[in-house]
Write a protein that binds this ligand. Sequence first.
Ligand code: PLP
Length: 411
Amino acid sequence: MNVAPDPKSIPQGTLFSPEANQAVALVTATGLLTVDLDAIVANWRKLEKTAVPAECAAVVKADAYGCGAEQVARALAGAGCKTFFVATLDEARVVRAAVPAASIYVLGGFFQNTGEAYAKIDCKPVIGDLNELAEWDVFCRRSGWSGGAAIHIDTGMNRLGLTVTEAQGIIPRINAGDHGITLVMSHLASAELLNNPANARQLSAFREIASLFSGVPASLANSSGIFLGAQFQFDLVRPGCALYGINPTPEADNPMLPVVELKARIVQIRNVERGETVGYGGTWTARRPTRIAVVSAGYADGYFRAASANDGTRGAEVVVAGKRCPIAGRVSMDLTAVDVTDLDKNAVRRGQWVTLIGEGITVDELAHHFGTIGYEVMTSLGKRYARIYKGGNATAEAPAPPPAEPAVASS
Ligand SMILES: *Cc1c(COP(=O)(O)O)cnc(C)c1O
């Protein structure tokens, strides 16, 4: 007798083919986040071409801006990316497990007594302070570790980094050789604004100090910095946001491909009389007999309350059955009401998927409604979504386990 697999017996987190994964997810999920790894790879290749002959690294901090550091790092390593940046050691561990041969830098600063942890997973601290450098040196001397570190120099952002004067102080060490410094870097504060004079100031300060680090590769550009021109690209570029489809050139059209698509389901459809209000606080009033679709995503899913629509202010929009529909009332924790009055009655069904990101709604557009930037939209993407990965050879690089077998063997 054949026993059909019980969906409940499938361990959470089991990896299937995208199609099987989607089929399982579709049954119970209330939100569906699709990450297009092929689009991430295409974006990386485009940045790489733009920056050639500089090396193109990838910034995969904050779980690859919400896209999944493990999957993204593996896909990009498959495409030829050799250097990754994360913010913390915990993130570095995840990336190291995914890409055993890559170079990994940790941006977030070096803390005392963390040397062992760096050595254990063979990743490199980005050192931004002379105390950090001294502690790192002590660790390397005592342990014999020679895995290397980056030096971060502040050229105007006033966040992390040695001052230019402090950096000049370590030039004798560079000239003495065997210094253990594998990268000298700085970070642009306003790269997305083409004509901001701070860019030229930072460029000239960095060019001058980096030239003294003879033989050490130099890096200045984030995503937007790559588009400021070849002189900003040095030996290595560090794109993050552009990989994930955020526009690195907000003053012009987005040269990158969209990467994420977000869907939620219609939980209920109801009719609201003219003059009635919708949602918490009654801040949105129906001006006509209105059909409302209540959708299964809210601010707990990273769909910010700032996207709410009130009398007098329009909120974000959602694509229902191929057509843009406005939000009605306040976004609540788990639910958002959408005005679907203008749609054909038969076009809207309970259980139907609607699109919150995708079908023309970009992360940057949503960020505008949220009163923030695409980075915050991406890194706030909720934990309740079923996640589907498309492409990226994700299964080819690391074979997925076979689908769960039924507990009782068939005969
Ligand atoms: C986050 C970060 C990047 C990537 O920036 P994007 O604007 O997302 O491309 C590059 N360098 C440093 C130091 C960073 O902190």
